[in-house]
Write a protein that binds this ligand. Structure first.
Ligand code: NAP
Ligand code: G4F
Length: 349
């Protein structure tokens, strides 16, 4: 039986990849977590008793820990999802972001080269590498122009993956993945912050209670959002093609944060309207809804400069036609279905 190491399994993509490979392959899975003072197994606890699932401990900032696992497992696949993945924090902890996101990838590649050179290696690349975009939609030929320490780390990782592929003939690739979300999305990312806020607000309204608005930064930024479930399938296809090519995965649509807000509130029956300008702008409940439902608070969203970034990626809009044609990758979730799924999950939690 073949072995796969997956890092980042406590997070969104790593945990969905474990689900995907348990269901669709007969691989032995070595899911890697780092040591935390309070372990968080919630995204993969459903597999803890499965004989094909093994928990491994490794930290991307520690080459010994990576070597130990790779030497023992001799993986056929190594899927690296581990990273400090929050762009906003990458200005506060730039060294750590770069160390894990770029140097950590060298540590993994070195381990694979030495102890399991036949292994197929995947690193999680990002549309943040395109950053200050030059044309739309962005495809595999778009130049790199990162706007954050996070984006710069992913660019460095891309170069080192290529260097190892070309120097040692490793099957090593890094996809260009646009934003992908789900009910397992971390709570500080904008989509989850919105859907969690919407669930909190509608629950308060139903109880006749006052509520605090959701505080957001730049609501005019545009993102190309997909469901993470579609992307783990795309990553697995990328790893199993004949030759190591790198692909964009995206929905091929772009939407503002504003649109996400409007759709998420609509999902729970709340109609709102934007008013005011700049940092005084707000999204408020329509008067008819407020009267009908005897709502005491009216502001749903407030703009808070605390969430503005030192440099912003204003527009991301992908072109994943190459992956769709060459890998036969067919995403199943629409933007609307994604918002619906996230709101429903937060309402039930
Ligand atoms: P996520 O939910 O934040 O998960 C990140 C994972 O990395 C967590 O399991 C985290 O573990 C782990 N990790 C962090 N530092 C580590 C370290 N030093 N050693 C070992 N593990 C470490 O992120 P995600 O959304 O699933 O994204 C997965 C990957 O894809 C990331 O590399 C991200 O940068 C990249 N990516 C994501 C998107 C997206 O839209 N989701 C788009 C493009 C690229 P802890 O629980 O211990 O913190
Ligand atoms: O949800 P975000 O934090 O995601 P961002 O920065 O696009 O990064 C995500 O996608 C990348 C792929 O493109 C990944 F590589 C990365 O790991 C991560 O998964 O922010 C999205 C947009 C930004 O323009 C941000 O300025 O939403 C804007 N925004 C507005 N208000 C906010 C907020 N973002 C957050 N997190 N919180 C806010 O209150």
């Amino acid at each position: 039986m073949k072995n796969v190491i997956i890092t980042g399994i406590s997070g969104q993509d790593g945990s969905y990849m474990v689900d995907h490979l348990i269901e669709n392959t007969n691989l032995n899975i070595f899911g890697a977590v780092r040591r935390l003072s309070k372990p968080n197994y919630s995204n993969f606890q459903q597999h803890l008793n499965n004989k094909r699932f093994n928990l491994a401990t490794l930290d991307l900032s520690d080459s010994q820990s990576i070597d130990n696992v790779v030497r023992e497992v001799k993986p056929d696949y190594f899927i690296n999802f581990a990273a400090q993945s929050f762009v906003g924090s990458s200005w506060q902890i730039p060294e750590q972001t770069f160390d894990v996101g770029a140097v950590g990838v060298i540590r993994c590649l070195e381990s694979v080269r030495q102890y399991s050179p036949h292994c197929r290696f995947y690193n999680a690349g990002s549309s943040e590498e395109f950053g200050n975009v030059k044309y739309s939609p962005q495809d595999e030929n778009h130049p790199f122009s990162p706007r954050s320490p996070y984006g710069a780390a992913k660019c460095a990782a891309r170069h080192i993956v290529k260097v190892y592929r070309e120097s040692y003939n490793l099957f090593a690739v890094q996809g260009y993945l646009f934003n992908h979300e789900s009910p397992r999305r971390g709570e500080e990312f904008v989509t989850r912050k919105i859907t969690k806020g919407v669930a909190r607000i509608i629950k308060s309204i139903k109880k006749g209670e006052c509520f605090e608005p959701i505080h957001l930064g730049n609501v005019d930024a545009k993102r190309d959002w997909s469901h993470a479930l579609d992307f783990v399938d795309g990553v697995w296809k990328m790893l199993n093609q004949e030759k190591p090519n790198e692909y964009v995965l995206s929905s091929n649509e772009t939407h503002t944060i504003r649109e996400f807000v409007e759709l998420a509130f609509k999902e729970v029956g709340i109609e709102g309207f934007w008013h005011g300008q700049g940092t005084n702008e707000e999204y408020s409940i329509s008067t008819e809804y407020a009267i009908r439902n005897e709502v005491n608070s009216s502001v749903l969203v407030k703009i808070d400069p605390k969430f503005f970034r030192p440099a912003e990626v204003e527009l991301l809009f992908g072109n994943s036609n190459k992956a769709r044609q060459e890998l036969g990758w067919t995403p199943k979730w629409s933007f609307h279905q994604l918002v619906k799924d996230m709101v429903a999950s937060d309402l039930n939690s």
